[in-house]
Design a protein around this ligand. Structure first.
Ligand SMILES: Cc1cc2nc3c(=O)[nH]c(=O)nc-3n(C[C@H](O)[C@H](O)[C@H](O)COP(=O)(O)OP(=O)(O)OC[C@H]3O[C@@H](n4cnc5c(N)ncnc54)[C@H](O)[C@@H]3O)c2cc1C
Length: 414
């Protein structure tokens, strides 16, 4: 049954018993043309665009836990494309643009909400930095502008402009940026992949990579060995481990990033605000919870928790700019293992193992990139060579010193 108003009415009249499973749960086959490791947003989008754009549907997506249970289901869902470097804004803007039509494309409501994102400038240095980004975005065709403190106050009545440490001096404003429902993005892609006949295999952890004469030939998993012609590794914070299995090393560190939400309150803020100097960001969910995020832990680890002092620092920082937060109880806190590169840009690349491709390094900000990254990764796997979106993000840039430095635009922000 396809999602439509009529189907909803029919469901309501029949006790919602007629809905099919969103995706099938088949037994693994012996072999697939393409195996994608990781059923997060990026892995599922890769599979989807392999089918949609390149007609490759002999695909399995292997997931060690449950679909969307990694960072895709743990992030604060900010979508923006106001990056500094041309290569970044190209892939992030492609992604943002795909988000605009994703619900229609997948016939699944991903609740994309282009409510606008503002990044506060709270030091002279930040003012200069964001003015520079706004000019770069103008040349790249990405719609952003620098707004005055008065406009900030108008758009965000609960903000305090003259905080005790850092006054608000303006903000970089992207009106078509926003948020989407993270689970729905994963579920929507999964449903579309399953409808194309692809296999989504949950509880299927990859434990080894097989090769023959320098080319990938399959994977070992907790559900047995499975052969493949091409392998796409898309496992975020676990990329280092998978790369080790495939016999190469990555310039990536795994650290925990955490977020928390408050008790629900009446609508009080209809944009996303990021305060990168005091290090915290804020939006309000459809349920009314204030969704709060901060910085990543300063040490490597693989726990999905996050440390106490970060919660304290983030909330303390945000209370300076949003005093009303001090009255709210915090309801939940969680963490995800993010994969950070030195230049804070992703890796979309062929690897030293033939037929094996890697997509990682999205760090603290890859939710926004899911459609664009899947599009570019699918192109690379289908053609066995990176296309224009992926080409700048190859592994060789670390050897050649050709960094795509987004440490200001992406190192803190999400
Ligand atoms: C707290 C937090 C807040 C964030 N906020 C934002 C934000 O506001 N905006 C934004 O753009 N980004 C944000 N991010 C980053 C974003 O969540 C990630 O960049 C993005 O979700 C990565 O998606 P993915 O599909 O690559 O990874 P994941 O969703 O983590 O998927 C990878 C999957 O691979 C699986 N896997 C791992 N190892 C194996 C194996 N051996 N075999 C099989 N499967 C395996 C994992 O179980 C996992 O499901 C945030 C992240 C966190 C943690």
């Amino acid at each position: 049954m396809s999602h439509s108003a009529l189907a909803l009415v029919r469901g309501a009249l029949t006790g919602h018993t007629g809905w099919p499973r969103t995706w099938d749960s088949p037994l693994p086959r012996d072999r697939y043309k393409v195996i994608v490791v990781g059923a997060g947003g990026h892995g599922l989008a890769t599979a989807y665009y392999l089918g949609r754009n390149h007609g490759i549907t002999d695909v399995a997506v292997l997931e060690k836990g449950w679909l969307g249970g990694g960072n895709t289901g743990r992030n604060t869902t900010i979508i923006r494309s106001n990056y500094l470097q041309d290569a970044s804004s190209a892939i992030y803007e492609k992604s943002r643009a795909l988000y605009e039509g994703l619900s229609q494309e997948l016939n699944y409501n991903v609740m994309f909400s282009p409510r606008g994102v503002m990044m506060l400038a709270q030091t002279e240095h930040e003012v200069r930095g964001y003015l520079r980004t706004a000019r770069a975005n103008y040349l790249q065709g990405v719609e952003t502008r620098f707004i005055t403190p008065e406009e900030v106050q108008k758009r965000v009545p609960i903000i305090r402009l003259d905080g005790p440490r850092y006054p608000v001096l303006g903000a970089l404003w992207q009106p078509r940026a926003g948020t989407a429902r993270h689970d729905a993005v994963a579920w929507g892609y999964a449903r579309a992949c399953s409808a194309m006949g692809m296999h989504i295999l949950e509880n299927c952890e990859v434990t080894g990579v097989r090769s023959d004469a320098g080319r990938v030939s399959g994977v070992e998993t907790t559900r047995g060995a499975i052969g493949c012609e091409r392998l796409a590794i898309v496992v975020a914070g676990h990329s280092g481990r998978l790369a080790q299995m495939a016999g190469f090393r990555l310039p990536v560190e795994s650290v925990t990033l955490q977020a928390l939400v408050s008790e629900p309150v009446k609508p009080c803020m209809d944009v996303v605000v990021m305060a990168n100097t005091v290090h915290g960001y804020l939006s309000q969910s459809d349920k009314g919870e204030m969704v709060i995020g901060g910085g990543a832990d300063g040490f490597n680890n693989f726990t999905q928790r996050g440390s106490w002092h970060h919660i304290e620092e983030t909330v303390r920082a945000l209370v300076e700019t949003f005093p009303m937060l001090s009255r709210l109880k915090m309801l939940r806190q969680w963490g995800g293992v993010v994969d950070m590169t030195g230049d804070r840009s992703p890796i979309l690349s062929p690897t030293p193992l033939g037929g094996c491709y890697i997509n990682c390094g999205w760090g603290t900000g890859g939710f926004k990139a899911i459609p664009g990254s899947g599009w570019a990764m699918a192109e690379m796997v289908a053609n066995e060579a990176p296309g224009p979106l992926a080409a700048p993000f190859g592994l060789e840039r670390f050897r050649e010193g050709r960094f795509i430095d987004e440490s200001v635009a992406a190192g803190v922000a999400h």
